[in-house]
Design a protein around this ligand. Structure first.
Ligand SMILES: [Mn+2]
Length: 297
């Protein structure tokens, strides 16, 4: 029996299946932790969502910003829903959308397993948050998401501010907590999120730190695994004695059909190159995919 944490699926169903094959995932004995952002970008969001939903008895899922965004769009009018990209529309207009979205809304913002010694979030933790505080704040949002007023929460969720403070309340408190759990990469020592910084650790301006190495951060008694946006899909074995990471390349790009191929580089290749560039920029070093934070750090 093994427990694996798996990075952002981003609507890449084929790649996800390939990774599950590589780790020889057996639902009868193994367990999966999904780091969020199940949907968007990959073109197979509905298939991916159905797959993870079908594994719900043997998995834990934390919500990413794209998942929350899908939930928010799910509450809009069909007219507005037709304005989003085809990948997300494939989810929104699927026959089983109500069931899938209701399940997604019941997922966590932070998953904690003290016996295993791990905590999972999509993005990060505020510098002052111990694992106990983080868990408490995650439960605040999860309770609202499962409650009668969840539509209000989803409507008020968008925006970069305010910075986290324990004194916040109402929609601003919700937004600050959600931004930390789902969008934080770099922050100032006081916890101000640098939303615009998406490059590799080391590429950030002075005074900003990856959330897991902010000076003066709270001591944490669990290892923390988080998702990250990159060109590869990663699995990290959580119950292994040593670091055990398995990666598969990201989504396939459709081969250009001969008739469409002009003498200069094909548009699909350009697009792929551009995407590679963008993904490389956003990529953290492979050993940090997902990022384990050791308690002794
Ligand atoms: Mn994300």
């Amino acid at each position: 029996m093994s427990t694996w944490a798996i990075g952002d699926l981003q609507g890449c169903y084929d790649v996800t299946q390939r990774l599950l094959e590589r780790i020889r995932f057996d639902p009868a004995v193994d367990r999966l932790w999904f780091c969020g952002d199940l949907v968007n970008r990959g073109g197979q969001s509905i298939e991916t969502l159905r797959l993870v939903h079908s594994l719900r008895e043997v998995s834990h899922v934390v919500l990413g910003n794209h998942d929350l965004s899908l939930l928010a769009i799910g509450e809009r009018s069909p007219e507005d829903q037709r304005k989003v990209n085809p990948d997300l529309q494939g989810v929104l207009f699927a026959e089983d959308a109500p069931e899938l979205l209701a399940w997604l809304r019941s997922c966590e913002l932070a998953h904690v397993d003290r016996e295993l010694g791990w905590m999972m979030v999509h993005a990060g933790l505020a510098p002052k948050w111990t694992t106990q505080l983080a868990e408490k704040h995650a439960r605040e949002i999860e309770t609202r998401l499962r409650g009668d007023n969840y539509r209000k929460l989803l409507r008020n969720m968008y925006g970069d501010g305010p910075d986290w403070s324990p004194r916040l309340n109402g929609p601003e408190r919700d937004r600050a907590i959600i931004n930390i759990f789902t969008r934080m990469r770099y922050c100032s020592p006081r916890g101000r999120i640098a939303f615009e910084q998406k490059g590799e650790p080391g590429s950030q301006p002075p005074g900003l730190y990856p959330w897991y190495s902010v000076p003066g951060r709270a001591p944490r008694d669990l290892k923390v695994v988080c998702g990250v946006w990159s060109g590869k899909l990663t699995a990290l074995q959580l119950d292994a004695e040593t670091l055990h990471v398995v990666q598969v390349p990201g989504r396939d790009v459709a081969a250009p059909t001969p008739r469409q191929r002009p003498p200069k580089p094909h548009r699909a290749q350009d697009e792929q190159r551009r995407r590679d560039g963008r993904e490389k920029q956003r990529e953290k070093p492979p050993e940090k995919l997902p990022v384990p934070e050791t308690g002794s750090e």
